[in-house]
Write a new protein. Structure first.
Length: 154
């Protein structure tokens, strides 16, 4: 008897930059709402369908009563569905970076992420095209840990 096992992994190729930007502008109000919520929720570090991480509980967990409002968590999840995003994170400090994760692919040490982020300062590792970066980064050895493509404002 012959047989084989095929394991299919999701593509490690991110969506085209044009598609990501179009989705952002098509759902801009929802992205802006997510940004505002992240800035308001100062105890929150990360939120996703699997749960939350807070400054008090730095391990992923489902929100519990008194830990994080259930209706607020539900609103995050609804906005993720609307924007087709996966998660969001918030840095610490007075002017935290907030990011909304829109794609992740790969496995283990080869996972790549694409996020929309708001920052109050300019970053050094900027590229002019994410498509060009993703196409060429694998040919030139190990890619940089993080690159940024400026859109507008902060």
């Amino acid at each position: 008897m012959w047989g084989f096992l095929a394991i299919v992994f999701p593509s490690n190729t991110p969506p085209r930059e044009k598609k990501l930007v179009e989705n952002f502008y098509a759902h801009r109000a929802a992205y802006e709402r997510l940004r505002a919520m992240l800035l308001e929720d100062e105890e929150l570090l990360q939120v996703a369908s699997w749960g939350i991480e807070t400054k008090k509980a730095r391990f992923p967990h489902t929100p519990r009563e008194g830990d994080f409002p259930a209706n607020r968590y539900t609103e995050y999840l609804a906005l993720f569905r609307q924007t087709r995003s996966k998660s969001a994170l918030r840095g610490e400090g007075n002017h935290p970076m907030v990011c909304i994760g829109v794609w992740a692919g790969g496995w283990a040490g080869d996972t790549r992420h694409v996020d929309f982020c708001w920052l109050d300062h300019k970053l050094a590792d900027q590229v002019t095209s994410l498509d060009d970066y993703h196409t060429n980064s694998r040919r030139n050895g190990h890619p940089r840990l993080g690159v940024f493509r400026f859109m507008e404002g902060n």
